[in-house]
Design a protein around this ligand. Structure first.
Ligand code: LLP
Length: 404
C-alpha cells in the first residue's frame, strides 16, 4: 500500500495556504523507511537520511520519530539535526571541500565524521591522534548515477580520496595512529542498478585488511525512485539480499563483522513532496501553447538544471480534454518545466501539481528575481501543518546594509 495525497486533499491545502506551495506527506516518508527496514531486517544495517534533500526541521523531527538517523553535508545541517533532537551518535557528517575548522566543530558536537581529503585527514591526525574514531570518504573511480552532474565516484570527480592514494591514507593513519572506523563511498544519485552498489562492496572487500579498527562500511545514498510513469526504482529487496550476502562473505573471509550504513535522500522524501502552483497566463503561439505558472526555476530547478522529468498534473480539471502544453514559470529567463506535455485542458487559475518535489525542490530554491520562496506544509495522518511561513517583502530586505 502506498500513500499519496489525493487531488482533493491537494486542492483543499492550496485553498487554505495558497500557492506556490510545497506539500509533504509524512506518511509516505514513513512508508519508504519501513520498506528499507523490512527489506534489510538486520541490526547491522543503519539508514542515515541525507538531509540535503530537504532540511525543514519538522521533516527532520519526523525522520527522527520513525527511528531513522541523519546524514549531513554541512556543519549547519548538523546543527539543524541537533536542533531537531537527534543524539550525536545518530548524526553523520559527510562533507566535501571544507575548511578544517568545520571538522573541529563537528568533533565538538561529538558526531560521526567522514573525512574526504588527505589534507584534512592529516590535520585530523595531528590534532586528535587516536582519540576520535573517524571515517574516510573514498573515490572508487566508478561511473554511476542518473547523469554526470549527479555522478560523484568517477575518476575525475572532486569527491573522496582517490582509491589509488591508498598508500598515503595508510601512511597518515599509521603516522598519527588515527582510528579509522569507517570507509565511505557515494557514487551518485538515481542509481537503479544494484550491481553498482555491489561494485562498491568489492572495493571495500579488498580494503578491509588495511584498516584494523574498522567498524562501519558506508555505501552512501543514491537509491532511485520513479519519476515517470512506468519507470522503476532501485530494487531494494534485491539490494538487501546481496548486501546481507556480502556481510556473510566478509565474516567468513576475515572473521570480522561491520555495520553497513546507507544515506538515502531522494528515496525517503522525493515522492512525499508536491509543488502546488497556479496558472497565471495561457499564451497561444504557433510553436506551442504556454501555460505560465506562479513559479519557476527559483522554486524547482531540477528540470532546468538536470533536464529532470517531473510529472505535472492539472488537478483543477481532471476530466478535461487532453491537449499539449508547454509549462513555464514567471522568471525572466527561460524556465521551461516541460515542453509540449499532454495535460488535461488548462484554464487560467487552474492548479498544476508537480510530483516528486520532496527531494532537492525547496532545498535548491532561491529568491531569484526577488520572488519569494514557497511556503511549506506537512501532512501527517491526514492533518496539515504549516512548517515554513510564506516569505514577505521584509525578508528580501533582511541582512541588507544600506550605507547610503
Ligand atoms: N550521501 C552523499 C555523500 C551525497 O552526496 C548524497 C547526495 C546523498 C548521500 C543522497 O543521495 P540521494 O539518495 O538523494 O540520491 N540535487 C540533485 C541530487 C544531488 C545529490 C547530491 N548528493 C538532484 O536533484 O537530482
Amino acid at each position: 500500500m502506498s500513500s499519496f495525497l489525493s487531488n482533493e486533499q491537494l486542492r483543499n491545502i492550496a485553498a487554505e495556504y495558497g500557492t506556490p506551495l510545497y506539500v509533504y506527506n509524512a506518511d509516505r516518508i514513513t512508508e519508504q523507511f519501513q520498506q528499507l527496514k523490512q527489506a534489510f531486517n538486520s541490526e547491522k544495517v543503519s539508514f542515515f537520511y541525507a538531509c540535503k534533500a530537504l532540511t525543514n526541521v519538522s521533516i527532520l523531527k519526523h525522520i527522527k520519530s520513525i527511528g531513522c538517523k541523519v546524514d549531513c553535508s554541512s556543519i549547519n545541517e548538523a546543527k539543524l539535526a541537533v536542533h531537531a533532537g537527534f543524539p550525536s551518535s545518530d548524526i553523520l557528517y559527510t562533507s566535501n571541500g571544507i575548511a578544517f575548522d568545520e571538522i573541529e566543530e563537528a568533533v565538538s558536537l561529538g558526531i560521526n565524521i567522514n573525512i574526504d581529503s588527505l589534507s584534512n585527514l592529516e590535520k585530523f591526525g595531528k590534532k586528535y591522534g587516536h582519540n576520535y574514531p573517524v571515517g574516510i570518504r573514498l573515490r572508487p573511480n566508478i561511473m554511476a548515477g542518473g547523469n554526470l552532474k549527479i555522478s560523484t565516484g568517477h575518476d575525475t570527480s572532486k569527491f573522496g580520496i582517490p582509491i589509488e592514494q591508498l598508500s598515503d591514507i595508510v601512511r597518515i593513519m599509521q603516522q598519527y595512529q588515527i582510528h579509522i572506523a569507517g570507509l565511505h563511498v557515494h557514487t551518485g544519485s538515481e542509481i537503479k542498478d544494484v550491481a553498482v552498489f555491489m561494485k562498491v562492496t568489492d572495493v571495500f572487500f579488498d580494503l578491509v585488511p588495511h584498516f584494523p579498527e574498522l567498524q562501519f562500511l558506508d555505501l552512501g545514498g543514491g537509491f532511485k525512485v520513479p519519476y515517470q510513469d512506468q519507470e522503476e526504482g532501485t530494487d531494494i529487496q534485491a539490494l538487501a539480499k546481496e548486501i546481507l550476502a556480502f556481510e556473510e562473505k566478509i565474516e567468513q573471509t576475515y572473521q570480522r563483522s561491520f555495520q553497513v550504513w546507507f544515506e538515502p535522500g531522494k528515496f525517503l522524501v522525493s515522492e512525499a513532496g508536491y509543488l502546488l502552483t497556479s496558472v497565471n497566463v495561457l499564451k497561444e503561439t504557433t510553436a506551442t501553447t504556454f501555460a505560465g505558472v506562479n513559479s519557476g526555476f527559483n522554486h524547482l530547478i531540477r528540470p532546468m538544471f538536470y533536464e529532470a522529468y517531473h510529472r505535472i498534473r492539472n488537478i483543477s480539471n481532471e476530466k478535461g480534454e487532453i491537449k499539449n502544453y508547454t509549462i513555464t514559470g514567471n522568471i525572466c529567463e527561460t524556465d521551461t518545466f516541460a515542453w509540449e506535455r499532454p495535460m488535461h485542458e488548462i484554464r487560467e487559475g487552474d492548479l498544476l501539481v508537480f510530483d516528486n518535489a520532496g527531494a532537492y525542490g525547496f532545498e535548491m530554491a532561491s529568491n531569484f528575481n526577488s520572488r519569494y520562496r514557497p511556503a511549506e506544509v506537512l501532512v501527517k495522518e491526514g492533518k496539515s501543518y504549516l512548517i515554513r511561513k510564506r516569505e514577505v517583502f521584509e525578508d528580501l530586505l533582511r541582512n541588507l546594509v544600506e550605507p547610503f
